[in-house]
Design a protein around this ligand. Structure first.
Ligand code: GDP
Ligand code: MG
Length: 173
């Protein structure tokens, strides 16, 4: 369900995934249409907001960006239940981050019911990485989640990813 802020319903999208997979970059590309080559240190959890319109209705979109490191997991976990939708991101150039997608999903499922819209995002798809991208596609198909091959750097599938979850959040509210 969507809570209210400033007369607008709030949509909260949480981004999960290992350290350095590109979570902050996804948020900054969608909110500010900006990309940085530097790793931007995320401490614990943080959010950025943007007012959006869907079918003539106003919403406040909040993108919640988590740190991904083990020592912040307990903080992050308290945000699962407050999320309208969740992105599980992995770096398509990193096997380890892909393998952890299943751990993130298992972690979410202990806290939220299965009505919360989820999507898997392969990041950094401006770099050649066919093998992990295909593994991601197969996994998403197997567990029936939407899958997006994204690049924050070249702005690929970022709108598609976020707007899919915005529409699902509104539909299920
Ligand atoms: P986070 O720890 O998951 O928040 O990761 P960041 O968003 O800080 O990104 C980690 C590193 O990956 C940074 O050096 C980014 O510039 C880089 N990065 C993020 N997204 C992309 C992308 O789409 N393509 C490429 N080539 N690099 C990216
Ligand atoms: Mg970050």
């Amino acid at each position: 369900s969507l809570s209210e802020c400033c007369d607008y319903p709030i949509i909260k999208i949480l981004i999960l995934g290992d350290h350095a997979v590109g979570k902050t970059s996804l948020m900054l590309r969608f909110i500010n249409d900006h990309f940085s080559e530097n790793h931007l240190n995320t401490l614990g959890i943080d959010f950025k907001a943007k007012n959006i319109k869907h079918k003539e209705h106003d919403f406040q979109l909040q993108i919640w960006d988590s740190a991904g490191q083990e020592r912040f997991k307990n903080i992050t976990r308290t945000y699962y239940r407050r999320s309208s939708a969740i992105i599980i991101a992995f770096d398509s150039t990193s096997v380890k981050s892909f393998e952890n997608v299943q751990n993130w999903i298992a972690d979410i499922s202990t806290e939220v019911d299965n009505k919360v819209p989820l999507a898997i995002a392969a990041t950094k798809c401006d770099i050649e990485c066919p093998e992990n991208v295909i593994k991601g596609k197969n996994l998403a198909k197997e567990i029936r989640l939407k899958y997006f091959k994204t690049s924050s750097k070249i702005d690929k599938n970022i709108q598609e990813l976020f707007w899919y979850l915005i529409r699902e959040s509104i539909r299920l509210k």
